[in-house]
Design a protein around this ligand. Structure first.
Ligand code: SF4
Ligand code: SF4
Length: 345
């Protein structure tokens, strides 16, 4: 409901729509939109869950394309976790030096994607780090260093793996990555801040910053006033009883701010012409009309432009409609054509 509500309130005056929605006086499309969005949210979040992340969200694909071997990703450090050992006390008593992973499955249970990060990096991983927290809690209880599952780069991982396998000459041996003091040895590579400052990260930062700046510029420089004009197709012109010529137009004025405004609509480059609009009959036929437009609304006007017979010297005249908001100085214009009968030769 909240998702659907947020959507419709974004496109209309929220307090007014909210009240009319509650009193069942809102337009049918508002109820349909809320119904559809409520249903899809319920199905996606209630039933499909991680399937949405895996099959519908493009982000894992984009993220996977941006990774390199210096990228930090959630990693199971099997160079210290393997071989997994359940019953560490029994194993220690038997003289077996196992890895740090006690196969408790806590990292699998907390994973919202239902994956086992110990199987390696997977497309399904949303990097939520819940498995890191779960495993750290287990390590704390066991008195072992945190970070069996951690953010790590592939480069670090490979170096640590070499250390744990004596340069890939033997199976993983936890003894090789631990010092005599029970802590990880100094040769183990951990996160370094320089990972963040690489040409690639600067390029990505530059690209995303440019996109962000572009969006901000577009947002702050967007039009708040728009004018559209359509000439009547039939009849193209009407001859009045006094010989003057009249053309009809459909004019649309879009007020894109949440405040009422009164625009001045006028015509330019059409000498002697006057305008009149249906619905604004209280204003005399003149070269300029005042057009009130409600907040965030489009006003449709049926408009007539009349030119004295003596001024119509050709079959068509190009001219311009201009709309101005005096207080802000915003303006928009639209090129149009006035049609007249063929002048006598
Ligand atoms: S939470 Fe840690 S110790 Fe437990 S299974 Fe996962 S990796 Fe192993
Ligand atoms: S980071 Fe999150 S999604 Fe990825 S494996 Fe860990 S718990 Fe699962």
């Amino acid at each position: 409901m909240a998702t659907g509500g947020a959507w419709i309130f974004y496109f209309a005056d929220a307090p007014t729509l909210f009240m009319s929605f509650l009193t069942f006086q809102a337009p049918a499309i508002a109820y349909i939109t809320v119904g559809v969005l409520t249903a899809t949210t319920f199905v996606f979040a209630g039933y499909m869950r991680e399937q949405v992340c895996i099959y519908m969200c493009p982000w894992p694909r984009i993220q996977a394309a941006m990774l390199d071997e210096e990228s930090l990703v959630v990693t199971y450090n099997d160079w210290r976790g393997e071989p997994r050992t359940r019953g560490t006390k029994k194993a220690a008593a038997a003289g077996i030096r196992g890895g740090d992973c006690v196969d408790c499955n806590a990292c699998v249970v907390v994973c919202p994607q239902g994956i086992d990060i110990r199987d390696g990096q997977q497309l399904e991983c949303i990097t939520c780090a819940l498995c890191i927290d779960a495993c750290d809690a287990v390590m704390d209880k066991l008195g072992k260093p945190r970070g069996l599952i951690s953010y790590a780069t592939l480069a670090e991982y490979n170096e640590n793996m070499k250390l744990a396998t004596a340069n890939n000459t033997q199976p993983i041996s936890p003894a090789l990555v631990y010092g005599d003091d029970g802590n990880l040895s100094k040769g183990v590579k951990m996160f370094r801040i320089r990972h963040l400052f690489r040409p690639r990260t600067f390029v990505y930062m530059g690209v995303w910053s440019a996109i962000g700046i572009g969006l901000l510029v577009a947002l702050f420089s967007r039009d708040r006033l728009e004018l559209n004009v359509l000439h009547d197709r039939n009849p193209q012109f009407v001859l009045e009883s006094d010989g003057s010529i009249r053309n009809g137009y459909s004019v649309k004025i879009l007020n894109m701010i949440p405040e009422p405004r009164t625009f001045l609509l006028s015509i330019e480059d059409l000498p002697g012409a006057t305008i009149k609009a249906v619905g604004l009959e209280d204003q005399p036929e003149a070269q300029t009309l005042s057009v009130p437009v409600e907040p965030d609304k489009l006003r449709n006007l049926k408009l007539f432009v009349t030119v004295p017979a003596t001024a119509a010297k050709a079959k068509s005249h190009d001219f311009r409609f201009t709309v101005v908001d005096k207080p802000s100085g915003e303006t928009d214009s639209y090129n149009a054509t006035f049609f007249a009968p063929e002048p006598p030769k």
